[in-house]
Unconditional design. Structure first.
Length: 612
């Protein structure tokens, strides 16, 4: 019998593992704008090194693909080489024996279809489109294009009021985004190459909490032009803010009794305190914006009437209608939509779930909001049912973990089957069909399939449906506005509605339900486009000097994460659950910024950006 030895990792293996980790960090920190042709070649070579090379498609085909893409980057090919690349990749997808070779070729196909302009630019002009844009990762991924390195450096110097002024240049809701933004800017933070992304939202929270009262900038001289904003949510108010700064007269028409849209009627106060929201809205309105609440356009005032009274219109209605599951028993008493529940909470009409068993259907942030709200409203047990796995939930992971910490039960791989009701028509239980995870869909998420397991009965006194929201577009369609399939308003990339002079639209009513920061970005873009349409070219500037870049903080260092109140305490009220950074934490975390606006690829070589 041969002697067995315990395998111990040697120095060579440790170096290889470190190289893998470093490569993963660089991939995680790759910003938009990097050359997709160059990336395709590198990923293809990486995949090729992982194949066994036994089948001809992998052994020869992947090598041919690599050579052709390298020729696009370095040679003098003709445009017809792109057809050869596509045909070769398709053959490999159809004939390769293993998933590694198939995925490698699929990667090339996806890149060629999505970035054909970049391939053609290399062939025709021997240059990369990505290098012409030079984005700073965090700024590029912020929908509103906020100067993130700039305000982080201001926080580091203790100039919080100036940080708020700089943020407002591109985002009139610094407080809202400090509390509720999903921080897409952190996804490609280059600090990932060293240790971990900066806590950008946490630093913004520190800035707004320590800035004090920061007055709004002065408005431009009056233009004599009038703009109507339909919808008083984040998108509508953002457009109103910038248009007012430009000197236009702005009137906001809002159907609800209060402004704020989904910030008020879709986000519970434990995430964003109402006094903070009210203060931020009041600050925006201080620019002289006129508001008419409780007005339903199409009923209280006609769309044509608004067009006659104003020079331009901006439609920014939110996604305030609920979607149905379509299962048996959905019309039973005790079945409510998440939209209805959160609207009541926004109007401070708190439902009473004392002692009840509550079942929530859905896996997004809204589902987590109503799950955690139901706990605070006295429910004895709250069960969140989702048809996919927990890692497939669209809710932020910290929201899911927070709900579980507060006592919610999350049942995954359970598809709603029917709602059981008693003889009086009131809910008694939710039945679900267990699922088994399956193949990936087009979006890269695995599809759930029915499992060979008996249905599960979940006792419930109330069932809350949180599977998405829709747009109430019936009134708009009657006014002649073209509505796309799915209920969204048809507007082009410049936010203008085709064939309707002076009418613009943006936000949820165009894209479908999205985040607050995306609605803000749409409102900002619409304001610039409306200003140009009215014959002006105003620039939004800020009189803030950003500190000179420094080259410290280069050593690996742990990230400061935001903390929360104890779960046993916070689940009993609607007070803010998140704790802000201390002075020490903010100073330490802001010092980790690599100042990509000054150092490295994508820096602001021509000075700070002041114009959209």
């Amino acid at each position: 019998m041969s002697r067995l030895e315990v395998k111990m990792p040697g120095q060579a293996q440790a170096v290889v593992e470190q190289l893998y980790r470093n490569m993963e960090r660089r991939i995680a920190a790759s910003p938009p704008g990097l050359c997709p042709v160059d990336m395709a070649l590198n990923f293809l070579n990486l995949c090729q090194a992982q194949t066994c090379g036994k089948c001809v498609p992998c052994r020869i085909g992947l090598t041919q693909l690599s050579n052709m893409i390298r020729e696009v980057l370095e040679g003098e090919p003709e445009l017809k080489i792109l057809d050869r690349i596509e045909a070769t990749a398709q053959v490999i997808v159809d004939t390769a024996d293993c998933a590694i070779g198939i995925d490698a070729a699929n990667l090339v196909l996806m890149g060629l279809k999505g970035f054909r302009d970049d391939y053609e630019e290399h062939i025709l002009h021997h240059r990369c489109l990505g290098s012409l844009k030079n984005p700073v990762p965090c700024v590029a991924l912020c929908p509103a294009g906020v100067d993130i390195p700039g305000y982080i450096s201001l926080v580091n110097e203790g100039r919080c009021a100036d940080a708020v002024r700089l943020i407002r240049k591109d985002n009139p809701f610094p407080t809202a985004c400090a509390y509720i933004c999903e921080h897409p800017c952190e996804a490609r933070c280059r600090r990932n190459m060293v240790d971990d992304a900066l806590n950008i939202r946490g630093l913004k929270r520190y800035a707004v909490d320590h800035a004090g009262n920061v007055p709004q900038p002065k408005k431009a001289p009056a233009t004599g032009k009038s703009v109507a904003i339909i919808g008083g949510g984040p998108g509508g108010l953002s457009a109103a803010y910038y248009l007012a700064l430009m000197g236009h007269k702005v009137t906001v028409y809002e159907q609800q009794t209060k402004l704020g849209g989904m910030m008020r009627y879709g986000i519970p106060s434990y995430r964003f305190p109402r006094e903070k929201l009210d203060a931020e809205i009041d600050s925006i309105l201080s620019l002289g914006i006129e508001v008419k609440t409780g007005v339903k356009v199409g009923q209280d005032v006609t769309f044509d009437q608004l067009r006659k009274e104003h020079d331009c219109l901006y439609i920014s209605i939110g996604a305030h209608t609920d979607k149905k599951t379509g299962i048996e028993g959905e019309d039973s008493q005790g079945v409510i939509s998440a939209v209805e529940m959160l609207r009541r909470i926004g109007d401070e009409e708190m439902p009473d779930f004392t002692g009840q068993n509550v079942a929530v259907i859905g896996g997004g942030n809204v589902a987590m909001d109503v799950t955690r709200s139901a706990i605070r409203l006295g429910a004895a047990k709250v069960t969140c049912v989702y048809r996919r796995r927990q890692e497939d939930m669209t809710a932020q992971q910290e929201e899911v973990e927070g709900a579980i910490a507060e006592g919610a039960e999350v049942l995954t791989l359970q598809a709603p089957l029917k709602i059981e009701a008693d003889e009086n028509g009131h809910v008694t239980a939710l039945w679900t069909q267990p699922q088994i995870i399956g193949e990936m869909d087009k979006a890269g998420r695995p599809r759930p399939n029915t499992a060979s397991v008996e249905p599960l009965r979940i006792p419930a006194d109330t069932v809350i449906v949180a599977i998405g929201q829709g747009i109430e577009s019936r009134g708009l369609e009657e006014s002649g506005i073209k509505i796309q399939r799915g209920g969204n308003v048809d507007a082009n990339t410049s936010t203008q509605i085709p064939d309707m002079e002076g009418v613009f639209a943006g936000g949820d009513c165009v894209t479908g339900p999205a985040t607050v920061i995306r609605a803000i970005a749409a409102g900002k873009a619409a304001a610039a486009n409306i200003d140009e349409y009215l014959g002006f070219n105003h620039e939004i500037k800020v009189d803030v000097t950003v500190p000179a870049a420094w080259s410290k903080g280069i050593h690996p260092h742990g990230r400061v994460n935001s903390s929360e109140r104890d779960a046993s305490e916070r689940k009993c009220d609607f007070q803010c659950i998140e704790c802000g950074m201390t002075d020490e934490e903010a100073a330490q975390e802001s010092a980790r910024c690599l100042r990509c606006d000054h150092f490295g690829y994508g820096n602001f070589k021509g000075g700070r950006v002041e114009k959209w």
